[in-house]
Design a protein. Structure first.
Length: 276
């Protein structure tokens, strides 16, 4: 139900005019990515120029601002139990909310910054160090819009659940914790497994790295359309996966059409979970 309480995103105010992994990384083949527990673990429950030729600055797009509704969360994030981080695939809620998450960071274009500003979408950015290391500052524009950077490992090894033991997984996860703090001034609270697979060993490593939960998904914007693991439309509480890919604009358009058709508000997942 609607309520009026201060939210971290509302305090960000109107955006300034300055606005600055991936198809081959998250999946072995296009469309192959899925949000699953490791099958071996039975307990393991994304320059213009003037006519005279004199360069002129490109016009800054005007963000389409709206009055945000805020919601009293009706879901409480489960605590770390038995040394294992909880796994969240969907938020069970009666509120008309949906959560956008964007992974990796391979493709970095001004268009993606512009579109997120125009649509006024907050998102959880699950970034991988190896895909953003050449230009981490690019993602500061999304931070200025109210998005948050979360943990998607250092190397994005989609086979880490099967190939690596606890210590190797912890090193890769904790390394991204330190890098995110150094680059973005905040230590992530949420983790997304590369490729979606997780195990109890990974859940322990995530908890020991200081994070609150593993975040998976049941809906994703992919190749310019929406894919659903359950049903054929967005539902309240859905966590939507996207990627920083060449088709970012088409994927975001597909998400936007589905979001508007479902009558859902895009809310920052960290705000709703109380882990911002």
């Amino acid at each position: 139900m609607p309520f009026s309480v201060p939210s971290r995103r509302a305090a960000l105010g109107i955006l300034g005019a300055s606005v600055v992994a991936g198809l081959t990384a998250c999946t072995p083949a296009a469309g192959a990515e899925s949000s699953t527990a490791d099958p071996t673990d039975s307990d393991a429950a994304t320059a213009a120029a003037s006519p005279s030729g004199t360069p002129t600055p490109s016009p800054t797009p005007t963000a389409t601002k709206r009055i945000r509704r805020t919601f009293i969360p009706d879901f409480q994030l489960p605590p770390i139990a038995g040394g294992l981080a909880p796994v969240i695939t969907k938020i069970p809620t009666k509120h008309p909310v949906v959560f956008l998450t964007i992974d990796d960071g391979n493709i970095k274009t001004p268009e993606s910054v512009k579109l997120m500003a125009e649509y006024d979408y907050p998102a959880s950015l699950f970034l991988t160090k190896d895909t953003i290391a050449e230009n981490p500052a690019f993602f500061n524009a999304f931070k200025a819009q109210g998005s948050l950077v979360e943990n998607h490992t250092v190397t994005h090894n989609i086979n880490m659940v099967r190939q690596w033991g606890y210590q190797q997984q912890l090193n890769d996860i904790a390394g991204m914790q330190d890098y995110a703090l150094q680059q973005f001034g905040r230590r992530p609270t949420l983790f997304r497994p590369p490729g979606g697979a997780y195990s109890n060993v990974m859940r322990q490593a995530v908890a020991d790295a200081g994070m609150k939960a593993i975040i998976t998904w049941e809906a994703k914007a992919n190749a310019g359309k929406m894919d659903y693991q359950v049903g054929n439309s967005l539902r309240p509480g859905d966590i939507v996966l996207m990627h920083f890919r060449a088709e970012f604009a088409a994927d975001l358009a597909a998400f936007r059409a589905a979001q508007l058709a479902a009558g859902l508000e895009v809310v920052l997942l960290e705000d709703f979970l109380g882990v911002a």
